[in-house]
Ligand binder design. Structure first.
Ligand code: CDP
Ligand code: CDP
Length: 224
């Protein structure tokens, strides 16, 4: 039995974080939390309520009056905003291309980070995002920084979109991913950066199973 540790997984879009985190959590009997879904949920609500994404105060006011619920299910994590299932909607191209602007606001991050810390407080958790190891769960027993080449990440997203019926081209995806990487890494508030004590895992050449096994091995060692 592995102890109820906290596992933090950070990295850029398409690295494989959510897919692999979900498998690792299932195998360990831990809870999986996709923090990106929270930033997407806020962006979705702001877009549908015509709130300017550069207006941090209005966004905060909106967020304080919003209920975001993450629910694990057989088909992965479901996301509810004010009682409505928006699991599909938050993956739209419009949300994807605007989420980094919303996530750059320090006041919005503060509110969501507090919620994430609350969810992780009892351990037995695998949480993925951009600032989990550096900020949200600084004391996590196991920290992974997952990445892959931009080319490979765009290819993965392309097939994801095809499966979900979201229109896209490789060229557009490469651009969108590179821009999001830049915005997420260069923002002032908790930028995407590898924590000093995180283990780097390049998944470019790894299958999902190989990447999950690598983390499970580390988790078993850490949580002995
Ligand atoms: O799934 P994908 O890698 O495309 O992105 P995501 O995990 O759903 O995150 C969407 C966006 O939310 C990221 O590009 C970041 O701008 C933001 N995010 C963040 O700032 N901090 C986190 N802990 C998680 C996501
Ligand atoms: O959460 P993140 O944006 O880091 O990536 P993801 O949504 O978990 O993975 C993007 C896509 O790449 C998914 O369809 C995964 O099944 C796929 N993937 C892969 O083909 N090989 C890997 N080693 C990891 C993920």
């Amino acid at each position: 039995m592995v102890k109820q540790i906290q596992i933090a997984i950070d990295g850029p879009a398409g690295a494989g974080k959510s897919t692999i985190a979900k498998i690792v959590a299932e195998k360990l009997g831990f809870t999986y939390i996709d923090t990106g879904a929270m930033y997407r949920a806020v962006t979705y609500k702001a877009l549908t309520h015509n709130i300017k994404l550069n207006d941090a105060d209005s966004l905060e006011k909106m967020l304080l009056d919003t209920m975001i619920v993450l629910k694990p299910s057989q088909n992965g994590q479901l996301v509810f905003v004010d009682g409505k299932d928006v699991t599909q909607e938050i993956r739209s191209n419009e949300v994807t291309s605007n989420v980094s602007e919303v996530a750059a606001h320090a006041n919005i991050r503060e509110i969501l980070v507090a919620k994430q810390q609350e969810l992780a407080a009892n351990g037995g958790i695998v949480m993925d995002g951009r600032d989990i190891a550096t900020h949200v769960l600084k004391d996590a027993e196991l920290k992974i920084f997952m990445s892959a080449s931009v080319e490979e990440r765009a290819k993965r997203r392309f097939f994801d979109n095809e499966r979900r019926g979201i229109p896209s081209t490789m060229e557009k995806l490469r651009e969108e991913i590179a821009l999001r990487d830049k915005l997420d890494s260069e923002r002032e508030a908790s930028p995407l950066v590898q924590a000093e004590d995180a283990i780097y895992l390049d998944t470019t050449e790894l299958s999902i199973e190989q990447a999950a096994d690598a983390i499970l091995e580390l988790a078993n060692e850490t949580g002995k």
